[in-house]
Design a protein around this ligand. Structure first.
Ligand code: IPM
Ligand code: MG
Length: 360
């Protein structure tokens, strides 16, 4: 039976980069027998403009029915003045929460071809291959109470709540452990247990879960140190597992080690392997519509979608190979450009990947 993929282009560069990923999916369908149906819906600011809500019911219904979701990006300055409840970001957070996508996998891999594009010394980042496992449906992003209140003095006070249940910590640490088993069998759990009770509990639960995985070496690190270690000696890490907000911050940092945030895909999975796939970069409004955005993170997100939601590991590897082939040819969008390489735009990059897929 064919599988269904819901395409959510979103805002900013979202539509442009998703177009290239859809080209790739079309090629996988026509030339490699991938049995998928594609549907498309509105999310984020694009949805707000049409329906008054960043996550319309129609989109959520389609998302619930789909086997997997491919999302571009949401947000932009146009919608910043809006109330929080209808900001584009609420569309993304709503999808994560409503679909129970608690496990966010953010690989940071340095393609040897791009070592020059990193701001760090090549010897620090060469061969880098880290997997950040970020908890995605809990923590301070969703904790109640939250808001801004006015005190008796007339001064306003903003507040958010960091909260984790044992079961939420347990399941995300298990995801990290299972991934580590297929990699270099090391997990570093990142917390702020010296200050925050909630993450002291995180550390205790992680330690407990670790006992079920004697083959995996579990270590713990405070988040401030982890951010320093990520830029000092990133290759010490194999799998990192952490809270929603720490994972948000550390994954941007890890992305930059690889030269460009424009290269990195992500998967957000529920308990049954259903997933939403998106590049980890945002909507980049400054370059939207110019045809220069790097579509590779979105195309690599398709590879993750094939692997995790469609059980098409062989096709996933083929696609990743095609991306490497294009990099080997020296094709570079501006974000990964270095002297001596060939500058290309969004479309040319997408076409080149399709061509590499066909000729592989
Ligand atoms: C991310 C983004 C989102 C987040 C925003 C757009 C809500 O930064 O996916 O990392 O903070 O989770
Ligand atoms: Mg982020």
């Amino acid at each position: 039976m064919s599988k269904s993929i819901l395409i959510l282009p979103g805002d900013g560069i979202g539509p442009e980069i998703v177009d290239e990923a859809v080209k790739v999916l079309a090629c996988l369908r026509s030339d490699f027998g991938l049995d998928v149906d594609l549907d498309e819906a509105l999310v984020g600011g694009a949805a707000y403009d049409v329906t008054g809500h960043p996550l319309p019911d129609a989109t959520l219904d389609l998302a619930r029915e789909a086997d997997a979701i491919l999302l571009g990006a949401v947000g932009g300055p146009k919608w910043e003045p809006l109330d929080y409840s209808v900001r584009p970001e609420r569309g993304l957070l709503g999808l994560r929460a409503e679909l129970g996508l608690f496990a966010n996998l953010r690989p940071a891999i340095l393609y040897p071809q791009l070592a020059e594009a990193s701001t760090l010394k090549p010897e620090v980042v060469a061969g880098l291959d880290i997997m950040i496992v970020r908890e995605l449906t809990g923590g301070i992003y969703f904790g109640q109470p939250r808001g801004v209140r006015t005190l008796e003095t007339g001064e306003r006070e903003g507040f958010n709540t960091l909260v984790y249940r044992e079961s939420e910590i347990d399941r995300i640490v298990r995801v990290a452990m299972d991934i580590a088993k297929k990699r270099n069998r090391r997990v570093c759990s990142v917390d702020k247990a010296n200050v925050l009770e909630c993450t002291e509990l995180w550390r205790q639960v992680a330690t407990q879960v670790g006992k079920d995985y004697p083959e995996v070496e579990l270590s713990h690190m405070y988040v401030d140190n982890a951010s320093m270690q990520l830029v000092r000696a990133p290759k010490q890490f194999d799998v990192l597992v952490t809270t929603n907000m720490f994972g948000d911050i550390l994954s941007d940092c890890a992305a930059m080690l690889t030269g460009s945030i424009g290269m990195l895909p992500s998967a957000s999975l529920d308990a049954n392997g259903k997933g939403m796939y998106e590049p980890i970069h945002g909507s980049a409004p400054d370059i939207a519509g110019k045809g220069v955005a790097n579509p590779l993170a979105t195309i690599l997100s398709v590879a993750m979608l094939l692997r995790y939601s469609l059980d098409e590991g062989v096709l996933a590897e083929r696609l990743e190979g095609a991306v490497e082939a294009v990099l080997n040819k020296g094709m570079r969008t501006p974000d990964i450009h270095s002297p001596g390489t060939q500058g290309v735009g969004t479309r040319e990059m997408g076409d080149a990947v399709v061509e590499a897929l066909r000729s592989a």
